[in-house]
Design a protein. Structure first.
Length: 345
C-alpha cells in the first residue's frame, strides 16, 4: 500500500483525501493509553530491528532521507529502507524531529513493509509526543478508530492527518511541496521537449532565477506574520509560486493570454512601481521576525523578481515565438502586483 500524504499536508495539488481524513477521533485518556503502551516491551521482531539500529553508533551522524524513502516522491516508496532508516533515527534522534518514531507509527499502522500492528503504531505515536504538536488525543484516537474498524477499510494513517502546531504545519507543508514538485517537474519536462534547442538551454537559467525569487520572497517579503506557524505558511506560499511558474509556461505555450499592447504593459509597470513604493513607505521593523516583511526583504525580493522578469523577456520570443511579448509581460507584471500588494498589509 503506497503511502499518501493527507489533504491537509498536500493542499490543492496533492492526492485527493478520503472524507474519513476530515473526521476527528479523540482519545480523552490518551496519557494513560501512552503510559501503558510505552511500558510494554517491544515484540521480538521490532526489538531486533531496534537493537540493530542502536548497535550502529557510527551511523548516528549520517542522515538517511526518511520522508523520501517512505513517500517515494515520484520514485516509489522503499519501505524496507524506510524501516531501517526510521529505527536508526529513533535510536539517534535529532531534537524536535518528527522522524524515526513518527514514520514507524505510519509504517505499522498501514502495514507498509511490516505486518500491520496497531499496538506498535500507537506506541510509536506516543513516542512522537510533543514533537508532533499538541494533538496527541486526535493522533491516538485516529489509530484506535482504525484498530477498531470505525474507519472505512483502506483508510491510511498519516502524521499530517491532524496538524495543529506551527512546527507540524511546517513539516507537512514541506512534504506537500516535495510531492507537488514531482508533478511539476514532469509538466516542465513535457513543455521543454517541444521547445527549440536554444529555448531548452535558456530554461535552466529561468528556473534558477525563479528559485532565487522564491527564496527571496520567503525570507524577506512573505506577509504571513510571525509565530510558530509562519514557516509552514511561507512554504505554502512558495508552493503557490512554483505552481504559478509552471502555469505561466503552460499558458505561454498555448498563447491563451488576454490581448495587451505596449501601452497596457506600461500601465501595468506603473502600477507595480506604485505598489512597490506603497509597500516600502509603510513603517517596517528592520529586525522583524520571520514572516514579517522588512524594507531590506522587500528590496531584495523586488531585485530578484526584476532579474527573473528580464529572463522571461529573453526566453519568451525564443520559446514562444507566436506569443505577444507585451501580453506575456503584462501577465507577469499583474501577478507581481498582486504579490506586492499582499506584502503591503
Amino acid at each position: 500500500m503506497q503511502a499518501a500524504l493527507s489533504q491537509t499536508a498536500l493542499g490543492t495539488s496533492g492526492h485527493a483525501a478520503s472524507s474519513a481524513a476530515s473526521e476527528v477521533f479523540e482519545e480523552p485518556d490518551w496519557q494513560a493509553v501512552c503510559s501503558r503502551a510505552l511500558a510494554t516491551p517491544l515484540p521480538p521482531a521490532a526489538a531486533a530491528l531496534a537493537g540493530t539500529a542502536s548497535g550502529q553508533p557510527a551511523l548516528a551522524a549520517g542522515r538517511c532521507d526518511e520522508p523520501a524513502l517512505y513517500y517515494g516522491f515520484g520514485e516509489g516508496p522503499n519501505y524496507g529502507a524506510a524501516i531501517e532508516c526510521a529505527y536508526r533515527q529513533r535510536a539517534y534522534p535529532h531534537p524536535g524531529s518528527l522522524e524515526g518514531a513518527g514514520t514507524l507509527a505510519m509504517l505499522y499502522a498501514n502495514g507498509d513493509g511490516v505486518p500491520r500492528d496497531y499496538a506498535l503504531a500507537i506506541r510509536f505515536a506516543c513516542e512522537v509526543g510533543g514533537n508532533g504538536g499538541s494533538n496527541e488525543p486526535e493522533r491516538i484516537g485516529r489509530l484506535e478508530a482504525l484498530r477498531d474498524g470505525r474507519l472505512p477499510f483502506g483508510t491510511t494513517f498519516d502524521l499530517c492527518d491532524e496538524q495543529m502546531s506551527g512546527a507540524m504545519g511546517a513539516y507537512c507543508s514541506d512534504l506537500a511541496e516535495k510531492q507537488a514538485d514531482v508533478g511539476r517537474a514532469r509538466r516542465i519536462g513535457d513543455l521543454k521537449a517541444h521547445m527549440a534547442k536554444q529555448a531548452q538551454a535558456m530554461l535552466s537559467a529561468l528556473q534558477e532565477d525563479e528559485n532565487a525569487f522564491e527564496q527571496a520572497r520567503m525570507k524577506g517579503e512573505y506577509p504571513g506574520g510571525g509565530g510558530s506557524g509562519s514557516v509552514g505558511f511561507a512554504l505554502d506560499d512558495q508552493n503557490k509560486l512554483r505552481e504559478q511558474f509552471v502555469m505561466n509556461l503552460e499558458r505561454f505555450s498555448t498563447g491563451k493570454l488576454p490581448r495587451a499592447s505596449l501601452a497596457t504593459r506600461q500601465r501595468a509597470q506603473q502600477e507595480l512601481d506604485a505598489a512597490c513604493a506603497a509597500a516600502l513607505a509603510q513603517p517596517r521593523n528592520p529586525n522583524a521576525p520571520f514572516g514579517n516583511p522588512t524594507v531590506i526583504g522587500l528590496k531584495a525580493t523586488e531585485a530578484a523578481w526584476e532579474k527573473l522578469f528580464k529572463q522571461w523577456m529573453l526566453i519568451v520570443p525564443v520559446a514562444f515565438p507566436d506569443l505577444s511579448q507585451d501580453a506575456a509581460a503584462t501577465e507577469l507584471l499583474r501577478l507581481r502586483i498582486h504579490q506586492v500588494k499582499r506584502a503591503s498589509y
